[in-house]
Design a protein around this ligand. Structure first.
Ligand code: 5AD
Ligand code: SF4
Length: 429
């Protein structure tokens, strides 16, 4: 989501006549797009700001965008006095005006209002990837998970109209993008604000029907709002990729309740069953937090059991990090850092073994790969399968960059915990 926000900011400024330079050293204006989901990400912003200022900062204008900007507001000017612009994601359309204010002599400008209907559909987005493109369908979040800062930094949910999403997807197809990724903090609670009133499953199905679009993904889902109709839509159209990211956070009902996640393990497993019963081979990935306040050894054990039960294709795991404004802040940070680290290591080790086994099962199979890059040093091409697995493969006859953006059949010959290795079957000359 942050990557896509940066694309929107870059596009908005390019449309106003700004030009982009290759390195921050060459820039007159340096904008930091920031994340405050965990404390570590937030601290990184301040250390980078200081370091860059010391080494290369003379004469430049600095701005801080994104969730740290929204959360810390004018306090950023105190901690990093060389910053002159602070703006949250709901204010990006106002960036050009804010920059004009700075040029006219204002020393400091802010864009921090969250009172906006704006869903920031800009025609100016500058796309970084010529094949895969992001489309924001819903901004903000109306859940209140006890650990999560997002509702405070991105504000309440605002869905874009189905019509504007479709128009953007068609434009992208016309410009040669074949893979679309629909984005939102909770895409499942998407609801078209026009009388058409499309829900997420309907929008997903419609985007999947656009000529020229070969793959559609979406992230991120909330299990509570993940309805069967979404799986039905996926079953009906192979353009909708065989992958669902369904963050569980914990395998313990006690922890899920204190996180205010609004589902039980059994509710979650019902959704997993829908996916496992699909005629399509659905990859399932998740997010897990270890060391949430009150998480006992037995709670943690239940999370490990869940990994065995679900057999995730991949997961992101995090140590709990107390965040400003969140309700869990009142619970303190009860699990010592070393214990969080221990749990994280055990969890990641278990998942690694699962991934090694699951990926090895694919050896010998033929996967359709969208080619996205090239590793010159290894003489390999890099792409992804519909399940979002990374495949590094050889294609001895290929020339130059000729394979980029193509969909090719690749036979898997080897596997590791995080990727597959293979050889292209097509005659690609
Ligand atoms: N501490 C640790 N992890 C967090 N996440 C969100 N907030 C926190 C926090 N305070 C994780 C969740 C979420 C992912 C994007 O980041 O697992 O799904
Ligand atoms: Fe945060 Fe929960 Fe909203 Fe996800 S659903 S963004 S974890 S509050």
């Amino acid at each position: 989501m942050n990557v896509h926000d940066s694309e929107k900011v870059a596009g908005t400024l390019l449309a106003k006549g700004y030009s982009q330079v290759e390195t921050p050293e060459e820039a007159d204006l340096v904008l930091y797009n920031t994340c405050s989901i965990r404390d570590k990400a937030e601290q990184k912003v301040f250390s980078r700001l200081q370091q860059f200022k010391r080494e290369n900062g003379r004469g430049k204008v600095f701005g801080v965008l994104g969730c740290v900007a929204q959360q810390e507001g004018e306090k950023i000017f105190e901690r990093a006095p060389h910053v002159s612009l602070v703006a949250g994601s709901a204010s990006y359309t106002k960036l050009p005006e804010m920059l004009v204010q700075l040029e006219q002599g204002d020393r400091r400008v802010t864009g921090l209002s969250l009172e906006t209907d704006e869903t920031f559909d800009t025609p100016f987005t500058r796309r970084d990837n010529p094949y895969r493109a992001y489309i924001t369908i819903i901004e903000g979040c109306d859940k209140s998970c006890a650990y999560c800062v997002v509702p405070f930094t991105r504000g309440p949910e605002r869905s874009r109209t189905g019509e504007s999403v479709m128009a953007e997807a068609r434009r992208l197809a016309e410009s040669g993008h074949t893979e679309i990724q629909l984005l939102g903090q909770n895409v499942n609670s998407y609801r078209d604000p026009t009388p058409a009133g499309w829900d997420f499953a309907t929008l997903l199905a419609r985007v999947g029907e656009i000529p020229g679009i070969r793959r559609v993904r979406y992230t991120t889902s909330h299990p509570r709002d993940f309805g069967k109709s979404i799986v039905d839509a996926m079953d009906a159209n192979p353009v909708l990729c065989n992958h669902v990211h369904l963050p569980v956070q914990s395998g313990s009902d006690h922890v899920l309740a204190s996180m205010d996640r609004l589902y039980t393990r059994a509710d979650y497993m019902r959704r997993i069953e829908w996916l496992k019963n699909s005629p399509r081979d659905m990859a399932i990935t998740t997010d897990i937090i270890v060391g949430f306040p009150g998480e006992t050894e037995s709670d943690f054990q239940q999370t490990l059991d869940l990994l065995d039960e679900v057999q995730y294709d991949s997961l992101f795991s995090f140590k709990y990090s107390p965040r400003p404004n969140t309700s869990a802040l009142a619970l303190g940070d009860q699990i010592p850092e070393e214990e969080k680290t221990r749990r994280l290591m055990i969890l990641q080790e278990k998942q690694r073994a699962i991934q090694i086994r699951r990926n090895a099962e694919l050896i010998g199979s033929v996967q359709e790969v969208l080619v996205e890059g090239r590793n010159q040093a290894l003489g390999q091409w890099i792409g992804r399968t519909t399940q979002n697995r990374v495949v590094n493969f050889t294609a001895p006859d290929a020339r130059g960059d000729s394979l980029l953006g193509k969909y090719l059949p690749v036979r898997v010959t080897r596997s590791g915990p995080n990727s597959l290795v293979g050889e292209c079957l097509a005659n690609v000359l």
